[in-house]
Design a protein around this ligand. Structure first.
Ligand code: 5GP
Length: 183
């Protein structure tokens, strides 16, 4: 299926996203303000790149940033949680405070994989931040410490999220009627 930009409906506008991200930034800043050890904010590529960049700018904290590149196997409807790390962290996170920033928790399988992977790296603390969650599709429940929005069962695009590699640069989160996961 081809998507035309004019058929994309806005679910969350750029303004709504920024407002929510500002609030998340304040919440995280308050939670970590007395932390003495290093804080490493990890962006999961590629979907979280815009959210990550905007969130980091809302943190009134001294942080380190790092990235983890993931690619999923198979199609999304049959998400197996088997993901490949295409680009690993550049530093060790042992005894550090880690905040993992994701775009969306859908079935939860990817996040479950990430949490297990991070636990083996022995951080001092591990928190999960996701812009979106889609509870209708949960297979593996995940505790999200910092959540932007809970959405209905839409396949969303924009603001980092792609459809067949495209539309990641839209400044809003959108959806297209009739587009479901099998297409
Ligand atoms: P999960 O393992 O939770 O099922 O899937 C997580 C990954 O699938 C996300 O990080 C994202 O890359 C992709 N994904 C899940 N739902 C959507 C969606 O609605 N739109 C887009 N573009 N990607 C999604």
């Amino acid at each position: 299926m081809e998507i035309k930009k004019e058929n994309i409906k806005v679910l969350y506008s750029a303004e709504q996203l920024q407002e929510r991200i500002e609030a998340l930034g304040k919440q995280i800043t308050a939670d970590y303000k007395d932390v003495k050890e290093d804080i490493i904010v990890v962006g999961v590529l590629r979907g979280a790149f815009l959210f990550f960049a905007d969130l980091c700018r809302q943190l009134d904290l001294t942080i380190h940033v790092d990235f983890l590149g993931l690619s999923s196997y198979g199609n999304r409807t049959e998400s197996s949680g088997v993901v490949k790390i295409t680009s690993d962290l550049s530093t060790a996170v042992v005894d550090k405070h880690v905040i993992v920033v994701e775009d969306i928790v859908d079935t939860g399988l990817t996040m479950q994989y990430l949490i297990e992977n991070f636990r083996t790296r022995k951080p001092k603390t591990l928190k999960i931040c996701s812009l979106l969650e889609k509870p209708a599709r949960t297979i593996q429940p995940v505790d999200i410490d910092y959540l932007g929005f809970t959405i209905d069962d839409y396949f969303v695009i924009g603001y980092g999220l792609d459809f067949q590699g495209k539309f990641r640069n839209l400044p809003y989160i959108g959806y297209v009627d009739g587009l479901d996961d099998d297409e």
